[in-house]
Design a protein around this ligand. Structure first.
Ligand SMILES: Nc1ncnc2c1ncn2[C@@H]1O[C@H](COP(=O)(O)OP(=O)(O)O)[C@@H](O)[C@H]1O
Ligand SMILES: [Mg+2]
Length: 405
Protein backbone atom coordinates (compact mmCIF):
# COMPACT_ATOMS: atom_id res chain seq x y z
CA UNK A 1 0.00 0.00 0.00
CA UNK A 2 1.33 3.42 -0.92
CA UNK A 3 1.26 6.83 0.64
CA UNK A 4 -1.68 9.17 0.18
CA UNK A 5 0.40 12.19 1.12
CA UNK A 6 4.14 12.77 0.98
CA UNK A 7 5.49 15.88 2.71
CA UNK A 8 9.15 16.59 2.09
CA UNK A 9 10.91 19.23 4.17
CA UNK A 10 8.26 21.93 4.07
CA UNK A 11 8.76 25.26 5.82
CA UNK A 12 6.41 28.19 6.04
CA UNK A 13 7.05 31.59 7.55
CA UNK A 14 4.72 34.49 8.24
CA UNK A 15 5.52 38.14 8.57
CA UNK A 16 4.72 39.35 12.05
CA UNK A 17 4.45 43.12 12.40
CA UNK A 18 5.61 44.79 15.58
CA UNK A 19 2.80 47.25 16.20
CA UNK A 20 -0.54 45.82 17.23
CA UNK A 21 -3.81 46.93 15.66
CA UNK A 22 -2.03 48.48 12.71
CA UNK A 23 -4.30 49.67 9.96
CA UNK A 24 -3.95 48.43 6.43
CA UNK A 25 -2.85 51.89 5.42
CA UNK A 26 0.00 52.04 7.92
CA UNK A 27 1.09 48.56 6.88
CA UNK A 28 1.25 49.70 3.28
CA UNK A 29 2.99 52.93 4.21
CA UNK A 30 5.70 51.15 6.13
CA UNK A 31 6.39 48.69 3.36
CA UNK A 32 10.08 48.07 2.95
CA UNK A 33 11.04 49.74 6.18
CA UNK A 34 11.68 46.52 8.04
CA UNK A 35 9.11 46.79 10.83
CA UNK A 36 8.25 43.12 10.65
CA UNK A 37 9.86 39.88 11.67
CA UNK A 38 9.74 36.55 9.93
CA UNK A 39 8.07 33.95 12.06
CA UNK A 40 8.64 30.29 11.23
CA UNK A 41 5.30 28.48 11.58
CA UNK A 42 6.55 25.24 10.01
CA UNK A 43 10.20 24.29 10.17
CA UNK A 44 11.41 21.59 7.79
CA UNK A 45 8.56 19.14 8.34
CA UNK A 46 8.71 15.78 6.57
CA UNK A 47 6.22 12.98 6.95
CA UNK A 48 4.09 10.56 4.98
CA UNK A 49 0.44 9.74 5.47
CA UNK A 50 -0.28 6.12 4.58
CA UNK A 51 -3.13 5.44 2.18
CA UNK A 52 -6.50 4.76 3.87
CA UNK A 53 -5.29 5.83 7.29
CA UNK A 54 -7.08 8.12 9.71
CA UNK A 55 -4.25 10.46 10.57
CA UNK A 56 -4.41 12.89 13.50
CA UNK A 57 -2.38 16.07 13.80
CA UNK A 58 -1.91 17.05 17.44
CA UNK A 59 -0.05 19.84 19.22
CA UNK A 60 -0.63 22.91 21.36
CA UNK A 61 -2.27 26.07 20.03
CA UNK A 62 0.01 27.79 17.57
CA UNK A 63 2.11 24.71 16.85
CA UNK A 64 1.39 24.84 13.11
CA UNK A 65 -1.39 22.27 12.62
CA UNK A 66 -3.71 24.54 10.64
CA UNK A 67 -0.80 25.90 8.62
CA UNK A 68 0.20 22.37 7.67
CA UNK A 69 -3.36 21.47 6.65
CA UNK A 70 -3.56 24.63 4.54
CA UNK A 71 -0.34 23.65 2.77
CA UNK A 72 -1.87 20.23 2.02
CA UNK A 73 -5.05 21.88 0.73
CA UNK A 74 -2.91 24.24 -1.42
CA UNK A 75 -4.43 27.29 0.26
CA UNK A 76 -0.90 28.19 1.36
CA UNK A 77 2.26 27.65 -0.63
CA UNK A 78 5.21 26.50 1.48
CA UNK A 79 8.41 28.55 1.25
CA UNK A 80 10.48 25.42 0.92
CA UNK A 81 9.91 21.73 0.40
CA UNK A 82 7.32 19.76 -1.47
CA UNK A 83 3.86 18.27 -0.93
CA UNK A 84 2.52 15.40 -3.04
CA UNK A 85 -1.17 14.49 -2.76
CA UNK A 86 -2.10 11.18 -4.36
CA UNK A 87 -5.85 11.49 -4.85
CA UNK A 88 -8.79 13.85 -5.00
CA UNK A 89 -8.73 16.19 -2.00
CA UNK A 90 -11.57 17.85 -0.10
CA UNK A 91 -10.90 20.12 2.85
CA UNK A 92 -12.93 21.59 5.67
CA UNK A 93 -10.64 24.06 7.35
CA UNK A 94 -12.47 26.99 8.86
CA UNK A 95 -16.06 27.70 9.77
CA UNK A 96 -17.72 28.99 6.63
CA UNK A 97 -14.61 28.85 4.46
CA UNK A 98 -15.70 28.67 0.84
CA UNK A 99 -19.20 29.96 1.69
CA UNK A 100 -20.62 33.19 0.37
CA UNK A 101 -22.67 34.87 3.14
CA UNK A 102 -25.25 36.54 0.88
CA UNK A 103 -26.08 33.38 -1.06
CA UNK A 104 -28.57 30.76 0.11
CA UNK A 105 -27.49 27.41 1.49
CA UNK A 106 -28.64 25.85 -1.78
CA UNK A 107 -26.51 28.18 -3.95
CA UNK A 108 -23.55 27.69 -1.63
CA UNK A 109 -23.78 23.92 -2.00
CA UNK A 110 -23.43 24.40 -5.76
CA UNK A 111 -20.71 27.02 -5.41
CA UNK A 112 -18.70 25.07 -2.86
CA UNK A 113 -19.23 21.76 -4.68
CA UNK A 114 -17.91 23.21 -7.91
CA UNK A 115 -14.89 24.73 -6.13
CA UNK A 116 -14.17 21.25 -4.81
CA UNK A 117 -14.33 19.85 -8.34
CA UNK A 118 -17.89 18.48 -8.71
CA UNK A 119 -19.87 18.98 -11.90
CA UNK A 120 -23.36 20.49 -11.81
CA UNK A 121 -24.91 17.09 -12.62
CA UNK A 122 -22.92 15.45 -9.84
CA UNK A 123 -24.17 18.04 -7.35
CA UNK A 124 -27.78 17.67 -8.65
CA UNK A 125 -27.51 13.96 -7.98
CA UNK A 126 -26.04 14.35 -4.49
CA UNK A 127 -27.94 17.45 -3.42
CA UNK A 128 -30.53 15.67 -1.32
CA UNK A 129 -27.94 13.52 0.41
CA UNK A 130 -25.85 16.60 1.21
CA UNK A 131 -28.77 18.53 2.68
CA UNK A 132 -30.02 15.48 4.50
CA UNK A 133 -26.70 14.81 6.24
CA UNK A 134 -26.36 18.49 7.19
CA UNK A 135 -29.75 18.66 8.89
CA UNK A 136 -30.36 22.24 7.67
CA UNK A 137 -33.26 21.43 5.25
CA UNK A 138 -35.58 24.09 6.63
CA UNK A 139 -32.95 26.78 6.10
CA UNK A 140 -31.55 25.70 2.75
CA UNK A 141 -33.10 28.62 0.85
CA UNK A 142 -32.03 31.25 3.39
CA UNK A 143 -28.79 33.23 3.04
CA UNK A 144 -26.08 31.46 5.04
CA UNK A 145 -25.23 34.70 6.86
CA UNK A 146 -28.30 33.84 8.98
CA UNK A 147 -26.87 30.44 9.89
CA UNK A 148 -25.36 29.58 13.25
CA UNK A 149 -21.74 28.46 13.17
CA UNK A 150 -22.95 24.90 13.81
CA UNK A 151 -25.18 25.04 10.71
CA UNK A 152 -22.28 26.39 8.63
CA UNK A 153 -20.05 23.57 9.70
CA UNK A 154 -22.68 20.88 9.14
CA UNK A 155 -23.40 22.05 5.61
CA UNK A 156 -19.70 22.55 4.79
CA UNK A 157 -18.83 19.10 6.09
CA UNK A 158 -21.72 17.50 4.16
CA UNK A 159 -20.47 19.02 0.91
CA UNK A 160 -16.88 18.00 1.64
CA UNK A 161 -17.66 14.35 2.30
CA UNK A 162 -20.01 14.11 -0.68
CA UNK A 163 -17.29 15.30 -3.05
CA UNK A 164 -16.22 11.69 -2.81
CA UNK A 165 -12.71 12.64 -1.76
CA UNK A 166 -9.89 10.14 -1.66
CA UNK A 167 -8.22 12.44 0.87
CA UNK A 168 -10.26 14.46 3.37
CA UNK A 169 -8.64 17.21 5.46
CA UNK A 170 -10.57 18.39 8.51
CA UNK A 171 -9.44 21.12 10.91
CA UNK A 172 -10.92 21.65 14.37
CA UNK A 173 -14.24 22.96 13.02
CA UNK A 174 -16.20 19.81 13.82
CA UNK A 175 -16.00 20.67 17.51
CA UNK A 176 -18.63 23.31 16.74
CA UNK A 177 -21.30 20.74 15.92
CA UNK A 178 -23.54 19.28 18.59
CA UNK A 179 -22.96 15.84 20.06
CA UNK A 180 -25.37 14.13 17.64
CA UNK A 181 -23.63 15.63 14.63
CA UNK A 182 -20.22 14.75 16.02
CA UNK A 183 -21.35 11.16 16.43
CA UNK A 184 -22.53 11.17 12.81
CA UNK A 185 -19.15 12.51 11.70
CA UNK A 186 -17.26 9.88 13.67
CA UNK A 187 -19.35 7.23 11.98
CA UNK A 188 -18.69 8.84 8.59
CA UNK A 189 -14.94 8.84 9.23
CA UNK A 190 -15.11 5.13 10.06
CA UNK A 191 -17.03 4.49 6.84
CA UNK A 192 -14.52 6.51 4.77
CA UNK A 193 -11.78 4.50 6.44
CA UNK A 194 -13.44 1.19 5.50
CA UNK A 195 -13.74 2.43 1.91
CA UNK A 196 -10.00 3.03 1.87
CA UNK A 197 -10.16 6.84 1.98
CA UNK A 198 -7.54 8.85 3.85
CA UNK A 199 -8.60 11.32 6.54
CA UNK A 200 -6.25 13.88 8.12
CA UNK A 201 -7.82 15.57 11.10
CA UNK A 202 -7.01 18.08 13.81
CA UNK A 203 -8.99 17.84 17.01
CA UNK A 204 -8.56 19.08 20.55
CA UNK A 205 -10.50 16.19 21.95
CA UNK A 206 -7.90 13.57 22.85
CA UNK A 207 -10.51 10.88 23.59
CA UNK A 208 -12.01 11.20 20.11
CA UNK A 209 -8.57 11.35 18.51
CA UNK A 210 -7.58 8.21 20.41
CA UNK A 211 -10.76 6.49 19.26
CA UNK A 212 -10.49 7.44 15.58
CA UNK A 213 -6.85 7.79 14.55
CA UNK A 214 -4.58 4.94 13.55
CA UNK A 215 -1.64 7.25 12.76
CA UNK A 216 -0.62 10.58 14.21
CA UNK A 217 1.91 13.38 14.08
CA UNK A 218 2.78 15.75 16.91
CA UNK A 219 3.86 19.31 16.11
CA UNK A 220 5.43 21.67 18.59
CA UNK A 221 6.43 25.21 17.63
CA UNK A 222 6.44 24.26 13.95
CA UNK A 223 8.71 21.26 14.51
CA UNK A 224 7.71 17.68 14.01
CA UNK A 225 8.19 15.96 17.39
CA UNK A 226 6.93 12.50 16.55
CA UNK A 227 5.07 10.66 13.80
CA UNK A 228 3.89 7.09 13.27
CA UNK A 229 1.26 4.71 14.63
CA UNK A 230 -1.16 6.73 16.77
CA UNK A 231 -0.83 5.22 20.26
CA UNK A 232 2.84 6.02 21.03
CA UNK A 233 2.68 9.46 19.35
CA UNK A 234 -0.44 10.50 21.29
CA UNK A 235 1.07 9.16 24.48
CA UNK A 236 4.21 11.27 24.03
CA UNK A 237 2.15 14.34 23.30
CA UNK A 238 -0.09 13.83 26.33
CA UNK A 239 2.95 13.28 28.50
CA UNK A 240 4.31 16.64 27.36
CA UNK A 241 1.05 18.43 28.21
CA UNK A 242 1.11 17.01 31.72
CA UNK A 243 4.41 18.75 32.39
CA UNK A 244 4.92 22.50 32.67
CA UNK A 245 4.98 23.02 28.92
CA UNK A 246 1.72 24.89 28.36
CA UNK A 247 1.30 28.53 27.51
CA UNK A 248 1.44 29.48 31.17
CA UNK A 249 1.47 27.75 34.51
CA UNK A 250 -0.22 29.87 37.16
CA UNK A 251 -0.84 28.65 40.67
CA UNK A 252 -0.06 25.10 39.56
CA UNK A 253 -2.66 25.19 36.77
CA UNK A 254 -1.64 24.87 33.15
CA UNK A 255 -3.38 27.38 30.90
CA UNK A 256 -3.69 27.01 27.15
CA UNK A 257 -5.18 29.74 25.04
CA UNK A 258 -4.82 33.32 23.95
CA UNK A 259 -5.40 34.57 27.51
CA UNK A 260 -7.83 37.51 27.21
CA UNK A 261 -9.81 35.73 29.93
CA UNK A 262 -8.20 33.44 32.49
CA UNK A 263 -9.96 30.82 34.54
CA UNK A 264 -8.76 31.33 38.11
CA UNK A 265 -10.60 28.65 39.99
CA UNK A 266 -13.37 26.10 39.56
CA UNK A 267 -15.36 24.75 42.49
CA UNK A 268 -17.70 21.79 42.49
CA UNK A 269 -20.10 22.28 45.39
CA UNK A 270 -22.18 19.50 46.86
CA UNK A 271 -24.87 20.18 49.47
CA UNK A 272 -22.35 20.87 52.23
CA UNK A 273 -20.14 22.99 49.99
CA UNK A 274 -17.60 20.20 49.50
CA UNK A 275 -16.66 18.60 46.14
CA UNK A 276 -18.52 15.48 47.14
CA UNK A 277 -22.06 14.31 46.31
CA UNK A 278 -24.16 11.18 46.46
CA UNK A 279 -25.44 9.69 43.21
CA UNK A 280 -28.47 11.69 42.07
CA UNK A 281 -27.73 14.75 44.20
CA UNK A 282 -27.66 18.27 42.78
CA UNK A 283 -24.35 20.01 42.36
CA UNK A 284 -23.23 23.56 41.56
CA UNK A 285 -20.14 24.27 39.49
CA UNK A 286 -18.62 27.72 39.89
CA UNK A 287 -16.07 29.15 37.48
CA UNK A 288 -14.17 32.23 38.67
CA UNK A 289 -12.37 34.19 35.97
CA UNK A 290 -10.22 37.22 35.45
CA UNK A 291 -10.29 39.46 32.38
CA UNK A 292 -7.17 40.94 30.77
CA UNK A 293 -8.95 42.18 27.64
CA UNK A 294 -12.71 42.49 27.03
CA UNK A 295 -14.26 39.71 24.93
CA UNK A 296 -17.60 39.87 23.13
CA UNK A 297 -19.78 36.82 23.78
CA UNK A 298 -17.23 34.35 25.06
CA UNK A 299 -18.42 30.80 25.68
CA UNK A 300 -17.63 29.20 29.07
CA UNK A 301 -17.90 25.49 29.59
CA UNK A 302 -16.62 22.51 31.47
CA UNK A 303 -16.18 18.83 30.81
CA UNK A 304 -16.13 15.80 33.07
CA UNK A 305 -13.69 12.94 32.62
CA UNK A 306 -13.29 9.65 34.45
CA UNK A 307 -9.88 8.97 36.01
CA UNK A 308 -9.03 6.64 33.11
CA UNK A 309 -9.47 9.54 30.69
CA UNK A 310 -12.90 8.59 29.32
CA UNK A 311 -14.71 11.73 28.25
CA UNK A 312 -18.12 11.62 29.92
CA UNK A 313 -19.99 14.86 29.47
CA UNK A 314 -19.69 18.57 28.81
CA UNK A 315 -21.84 21.66 28.93
CA UNK A 316 -21.29 25.25 27.84
CA UNK A 317 -23.08 28.56 27.98
CA UNK A 318 -23.74 28.62 24.24
CA UNK A 319 -25.37 25.20 24.05
CA UNK A 320 -27.40 26.16 27.10
CA UNK A 321 -28.56 29.28 25.23
CA UNK A 322 -26.98 31.80 27.59
CA UNK A 323 -25.22 34.56 25.63
CA UNK A 324 -22.82 36.43 27.90
CA UNK A 325 -22.54 39.70 25.96
CA UNK A 326 -19.42 41.78 26.55
CA UNK A 327 -17.30 40.29 29.33
CA UNK A 328 -14.93 43.02 30.50
CA UNK A 329 -14.45 42.44 34.22
CA UNK A 330 -13.69 39.53 36.54
CA UNK A 331 -16.63 37.44 37.67
CA UNK A 332 -18.00 34.08 38.70
CA UNK A 333 -20.35 31.92 36.65
CA UNK A 334 -22.46 29.22 38.20
CA UNK A 335 -23.87 26.13 36.52
CA UNK A 336 -26.44 24.05 38.39
CA UNK A 337 -26.67 20.33 37.62
CA UNK A 338 -29.92 19.16 39.21
CA UNK A 339 -28.91 15.50 39.45
CA UNK A 340 -25.49 13.88 39.12
CA UNK A 341 -26.10 10.55 37.43
CA UNK A 342 -22.51 9.34 37.64
CA UNK A 343 -21.41 6.05 39.07
CA UNK A 344 -19.60 6.44 42.42
CA UNK A 345 -15.95 7.38 41.93
CA UNK A 346 -13.61 10.31 41.38
CA UNK A 347 -13.97 12.61 38.39
CA UNK A 348 -11.79 15.18 36.64
CA UNK A 349 -13.11 18.59 35.60
CA UNK A 350 -11.69 20.56 32.68
CA UNK A 351 -12.83 24.15 32.20
CA UNK A 352 -12.55 26.29 29.10
CA UNK A 353 -13.39 29.68 27.63
CA UNK A 354 -13.56 30.12 23.87
CA UNK A 355 -14.59 32.86 21.47
CA UNK A 356 -18.24 33.02 20.37
CA UNK A 357 -17.71 30.41 17.62
CA UNK A 358 -16.02 27.96 20.05
CA UNK A 359 -13.22 27.45 17.52
CA UNK A 360 -10.64 29.66 19.23
CA UNK A 361 -9.36 28.82 22.71
CA UNK A 362 -9.07 31.76 25.11
CA UNK A 363 -8.26 29.61 28.12
CA UNK A 364 -8.37 25.89 28.66
CA UNK A 365 -7.42 24.27 31.95
CA UNK A 366 -7.40 20.51 32.08
CA UNK A 367 -7.89 18.89 35.48
CA UNK A 368 -8.73 22.23 37.09
CA UNK A 369 -10.45 20.40 39.93
CA UNK A 370 -11.82 16.99 40.91
CA UNK A 371 -14.88 15.77 42.71
CA UNK A 372 -16.13 12.56 44.26
CA UNK A 373 -19.45 10.80 43.80
CA UNK A 374 -20.39 8.63 46.78
CA UNK A 375 -22.70 5.66 46.62
CA UNK A 376 -25.02 6.93 49.37
CA UNK A 377 -26.76 4.00 51.01
CA UNK A 378 -26.94 1.90 47.85
CA UNK A 379 -24.69 -0.47 45.93
CA UNK A 380 -23.90 0.07 42.24
CA UNK A 381 -22.80 -2.35 39.54
CA UNK A 382 -20.02 -0.38 37.79
CA UNK A 383 -19.57 1.57 34.61
CA UNK A 384 -19.44 5.34 34.27
CA UNK A 385 -23.13 6.18 34.55
CA UNK A 386 -25.65 5.60 37.30
CA UNK A 387 -28.91 4.57 35.64
CA UNK A 388 -31.93 5.51 37.73
CA UNK A 389 -33.57 2.13 37.22
CA UNK A 390 -36.76 0.62 38.61
CA UNK A 391 -37.18 -3.16 38.54
CA UNK A 392 -40.28 -5.29 39.05
CA UNK A 393 -41.98 -8.48 37.90
CA UNK A 394 -44.09 -8.63 34.73
CA UNK A 395 -47.08 -10.95 34.42
CA UNK A 396 -45.85 -12.77 31.29
CA UNK A 397 -48.96 -14.91 30.89
CA UNK A 398 -51.14 -11.84 30.59
CA UNK A 399 -49.01 -9.97 28.03
CA UNK A 400 -47.89 -12.61 25.52
CA UNK A 401 -50.64 -13.03 22.91
CA UNK A 402 -51.65 -16.55 22.00
CA UNK A 403 -50.53 -18.10 25.23
CA UNK A 404 -53.27 -19.70 27.21
CA UNK A 405 -53.24 -19.07 30.92
N1 LIG B 1 -1.60 34.40 8.35
C1 LIG B 1 -0.76 34.42 9.39
N2 LIG B 1 0.02 35.49 9.64
C2 LIG B 1 0.89 35.51 10.68
N3 LIG B 1 1.04 34.49 11.55
C3 LIG B 1 0.29 33.40 11.35
C4 LIG B 1 -0.66 33.30 10.28
N4 LIG B 1 -1.27 32.08 10.35
C5 LIG B 1 -0.73 31.48 11.43
N5 LIG B 1 0.20 32.25 12.01
C6 LIG B 1 1.01 31.90 13.19
O1 LIG B 1 1.63 30.66 12.93
C7 LIG B 1 1.64 29.85 14.10
C8 LIG B 1 0.96 28.53 13.79
O2 LIG B 1 -0.43 28.78 13.61
P1 LIG B 1 -1.46 27.61 13.30
O3 LIG B 1 -0.96 26.79 12.17
O4 LIG B 1 -2.78 28.25 13.14
O5 LIG B 1 -1.39 26.75 14.64
P2 LIG B 1 -2.42 25.66 15.23
O6 LIG B 1 -3.43 25.36 14.16
O7 LIG B 1 -1.55 24.51 15.60
O8 LIG B 1 -3.04 26.29 16.44
C9 LIG B 1 0.95 30.66 15.18
O9 LIG B 1 1.93 31.28 15.97
C10 LIG B 1 0.15 31.68 14.42
O10 LIG B 1 0.00 32.86 15.18
MG1 LIG C 1 -5.47 25.64 14.18
Amino acid sequence: MGDAIVIEGISKHFRVYHERNQSLKSAVMRRGRGTYEDFLALDDVSLTVPESSTFALVGDNGSGKSTLLKCLAQILVPDAGRVTMNGRVAALLEVGSGFHPELSGRDNVYLNGSILGMTRQEIDRKFDAIVDFSGVEQFIDQPVKNYSSGMYVRLGFSVAINVDPEILLVDEVLAVGDAAFQAKCTEKFAQLNREGRTVVLVSHSMPSVRAMADHAAWLSGGHLQAVGPAAPVLEKYEESTRGATGNAVIGGLEHNGSGEIRIIEVDVLGHDGLPRVDVGDPVRVRIAFDVAEPVENPVFGFAVEALDGAYLAATNTRNAGVPLGLVDKPGVLECVLPSVQLHPGDFIVTAAVTDSTTTHSIDHVRDVTRFTVDSGDRTWSGGYLALPATWGPVDVTATVPGRSA
